[in-house]
Design a protein. Structure first.
Length: 106
């Protein structure tokens, strides 16, 4: 059962034009919650923020699916209420999705 507490997840929009229109699927506990389309920015990156529900237990599996790869992260409330998701291309051309987790706003 989900309460009114929420995770705040900010998706950084990339500055690399090769990541323009890349679709990210957001899953919480293996259930698809939402899709985000990255929009390449010139200069300073922008952010798209979504709120995800929290169970009474406060422990979840956050998964970000990009192309044919799924990135999985364990998250805990309230210690990791604010999450920033960053996508970038590695030198071998593969997409990597990393996250930063904090108890307080970035």
């Amino acid at each position: 059962m989900f309460g009114c507490k929420k995770y705040v997840v900010s998706f950084e929009q990339p500055t690399n034009s090769k990541l323009d229109n890349v679709k990210l699927e957001i899953l919480l506990d293996k259930e698809k919650i939402q899709e985000i389309n990255l929009k390449a920015a010139s200069g300073i990156p922008g952010y798209e923020t979504v709120e995800l529900p929290i169970s009474d237990e406060g422990k979840h599996l956050l998964q970000i699916k990009a192309k044919d790869t799924t990135f999985s992260y364990d998250i805990k409330y309230p210690e990791e209420q604010y999450i920033r998701v960053v996508s970038h291309l590695k030198t071998d051309g593969k997409l990597h999705v990393g996250i930063l987790k904090r108890q307080y706003k970035f």
